[in-house]
Design a protein around this ligand. Structure first.
Ligand code: ADP
Ligand code: MG
Length: 709
């Protein structure tokens, strides 16, 4: 028997386009996975050859069935397994030996079911690898490829006459969510090229399928539902593939809420948790992270309809003043700006509306022109021509259908000519249809014309906001190691570093710190203070007290010699009271610096993404403020500055309270900390500088802590 033509190529692109499939567990019994799956494969008219394998039947749904692999007349490209768990291994063994190069395993009860299952899973992966066979699943819902008319999936959502096809690919770590996604999309008139449920990812993983879609001529936009990243390198490589192919990668990830705050040594650990780091990695890799699968689906459909468009400023065009006002509020909250129309646009609109109505939003209900069609056409044309408008948002509350019809018909068609060739789709248009059943005719019309819509304002605004973020992506220069740093190989010792020790290390990396020294008695404290210059700050020094103010261990504004003596005694007493067993190493006497703003700069090694830095509003309220930006380390000055500009405190840095603060020095300090983080590299560590006090011309790290495992 001929070995499958796909064998050995190792190309997933080939695996996912089988010319023939065998289905083990095929039957007519609709209470079984294999029964429903076979019916769906037939229903959607898979163009290749189908080999049902069933020992008891000669035919199934009138096509020939085979008792086992050895009876097959040729080697199929793919085998689909929907059999009880114990039957999977022998079937994979037989299939692999025969030379079948792809196995799709629906069956569950593997690593999803504990240690014994994991062992069984490893065994089948081992068998497959030995024979060069690749596996999808196990524990997945299968594959739905409109591009191949292959519906290898048992879900009832497939009870539709035809698989709608559009250049949107989907990879999902949840099988059920994949089918929900399809169902919902189809009811909005949105189709797909391929949908893959990856299951346990025993062999092929999400990143493999993203790479496949990045290469796939039938796919322009990639959607993913992610629960966890299996292999970070592969994930990042897949993102690079998608970028290189110019295909947007959209993602929804579960596990957004951090499971409990960690009992934190550093503030960094509590403000830069796993999801925040994942989100930062997505931003760096150009992956558009969203919260909701509905919004992801609508954005994908919109990007397909309006390819290559960037969205910045929107025109809101509405048949309802109320809907328009709510839309403007929601856009404002998500940071999506409204367009300011040019005088020429206003003059064109003034023909149809009172001048008060031709700002933004435009209220169609308040038009003066009697002909709704003419007003709608003129308005859409004027907005399409307006150079300061990037998209049209049409929030629809209850309004007469004839008006709405005119607004829909006025949209330029993506199909410019009768031949069906793709024409200019114009600027992006999105409807938010808030009403219920009464708006079904409108939804039908929108589907018929391929105009994207959502059923809620929130979802629509989420789409616009994500689209805008996608358009704002920029690339940054490769970070260059600043001069004067210690050699990357000069590894700092492991351990817990208190303020003194960590500041000494930060200083070696060129981060400015305030002057100070540790006194062992009150006389020495006075000498230190006199040398430093009054007023001074005094702090308890103890390896057992990490958060010094919490135990009354910090005094600022210590003005003269008697105050130094008083404070010395008080800080010791406070520390002994709060942590009686604490080892106390003295009292730090340091220069008091005066600034306008307190920042935090932190870093840690993330188990998944490696060394990262975090920075934002600092001081004792850092967790409450939770204003932070995260980047992988090392980070260059351009990236750090761009991230700083996204933070609310940027306004203060930029001179909200008077002159601009020492922004360049802050950026430099963050860059230097990122190099320290990069040098600590593979070791588990966490560090904080909190606060970095920022003045008009300089900044200083006045507190620090570091733990290196
Ligand atoms: P903690 O261990 O509680 O974080 P810090 O050393 O950060 O102790 O001190 C607490 C606060 O005291 C800082 O957030 C800052 O507002 C202020 N502070 C500490 N050191 C100085 C200093 N050298 N100059 C000015 N203010 C300081
Ligand atoms: Mg502090």
């Amino acid at each position: 028997m001929e070995r499958s033509s796909l064998a050995g190529r190792g190309q997933i692109a080939q695996l996912l386009r089988p010319a023939s499939i065998a289905i083990v567990g095929a039957s007519e019994d609709q209470s079984k996975f294999g029964g429903r799956l076979l019916r769906m494969v037939l229903r959607h008219r898979f163009a290749g050859t189908i080999y049902p394998i069933n020992a008891k039947r000669d035919t199934l749904f009138e096509i020939k069935a085979y008792p086992d692999f050895s009876a097959l007349p040729a080697v199929p490209d793919m085998v689909v397994l929907a059999v009880p768990q114990p039957a999977v291994k022998p079937a994979i063994e037989a299939a692999a030996k025969m030379g079948i190069c792809c196995g799709l395993i629906i069956t569950s009860g593997f690593s999803d079911a504990g240690d014994a299952g994991r062992e069984a899973e490893n065994e089948i992966v081992g068998i497959a690898r030995e024979h060069g066979m690749r596996l999808i699943g196990p524990n997945c819902l299968g594959l739905i490829s409109a591009a191949n008319r292959l519906a290898a999936c048992s879900s009832p959502v497939l009870e539709i006459p035809e698989l709608p096809q559009q250049p949107i690919g989907l990879v999902s770590q949840s099988g059920a969510l994949m089918t929900t996604f399809f169902d919902r999309a189809w009811s909005h008139g949105i189709g797909f090229s391929h949908g893959i449920s990856v299951g346990n990812q025993a062999d092929l993983e999400l990143a493999d399928f993203v790479e496949f879609l990045a290469d796939d001529p039938d796919t322009q936009v990639i959607c993913t539902y992610i629960e966890g990243v299996k292999n970070t390198q592969r994930f990042i490589a897949a993102a690079q593939c998608a970028r290189a192919a110019g295909k947007p990668w959209l993602a929804v990830k579960s596990g957004r809420t951090e499971a409990g705050s960690r009992a934190a040594f550093s503030h960094t650990a509590s403000i830069a948790g796993d999801h925040a780091v994942f989100a930062a990695a997505c931003a760096e890799q150009g992956i558009v992270l969203m919260n909701d699968i509905g919004a992801m689906m609508t954005l994908a459909a919109s990007m397909v309809r309006y390819p290559g468009r960037k969205v910045e400023r929107l025109a809101v065009y509405t048949p309802s003043g109320g809907g328009g006002a709510l839309a403007c509020d929601a856009l404002y909250e998500r940071g999506v700006p409204l367009a300011t129309f040019s005088d020429a646009t206003r003059a064109r609109l003034d023909v149809h509306y009172t001048h008060a109505q031709t700002g933004n939003p435009i209220d169609f209900g308040a038009r003066i022109s009697p002909d709704a069609g003419e007003a709608a056409r003129a308005t859409v044309a004027a907005l399409q021509d307006d150079a300061q408008t990037d998209g049209l948002f049409v929030p629809v509350t209850m309004a007469p259908f004839p008006w709405l019809r005119e607004i829909v018909l006025a949209q330029p068609s993506p199909f410019a000519d009768a031949s069906g060739a793709r024409g200019s789709a114009g600027k992006p248009v999105l409807f938010a249809v808030e009403a219920g059943a009464t708006s079904e005719p409108l939804r039908g019309l929108l589907r018929e014309h391929g105009v994207p819509y959502t059923n809620t304002m929130d979802e629509a605004v989420a789409v616009w906001a994500a689209w805008r973020r996608f358009g704002q992506q920029r690339s940054f220069e490769t970070p260059v190691r600043p001069a004067g740093l210690p050699a990357a190989s000069a590894a700092p010792a492991s351990g817990i570093y208190d303020e003194e020790r960590s500041k000494a290390l930060f200083q070696q990396y060129g981060v400015p710190v305030n002057a100070g020294s540790v006194a062992l008695d009150a006389d020495e404290a006075v000498r230190c203070a006199t040398r430093t210059g009054f007023p001074v700050v005094m702090k308890i020094v103890s390896p057992d007290i990490v958060h010094k103010s919490d135990v009354g261990g910090v005094a600022v504004g210590v003005a003269d010699e008697p105050a130094v003596r008083d404070t010395y005694a008080r800080l010791l007493a406070n520390a002994r009271r709060a942590v009686p067993e604490a080892r106390i190493e003295g009292i730090s006497v340091q220069a008091q610096v005066k600034g306008e703003l307190e920042l935090i700069i932190g870093a840690r090694r993330d188990a998944q993404f490696g060394p990262i830095i975090v920075f934002g509003a600092g001081g004792v309220l850092v967790e409450l403020l939770a204003q932070r930006a995260i980047a992988s380390a090392p980070a260059g000055a351009d990236r750090v500055l761009a991230l700083l500009e996204t933070l609310p405190i940027w306004k203060i840095l930029d001179g909200y309270r008077g002159g601009r603060l020492a922004v360049d020095q802050v950026v430099d300090a963050i860059v230097r900390v990122s190099w320290l983080a990069a040098d600590l590299g593979e070791r588990d560590f966490e560090l904080d500088i909190n606060p970095l006090i920022v003045g008009k011309t300089a900044c200083w790290a006045v507190d620090g802590r570091l733990r290196i495992a």
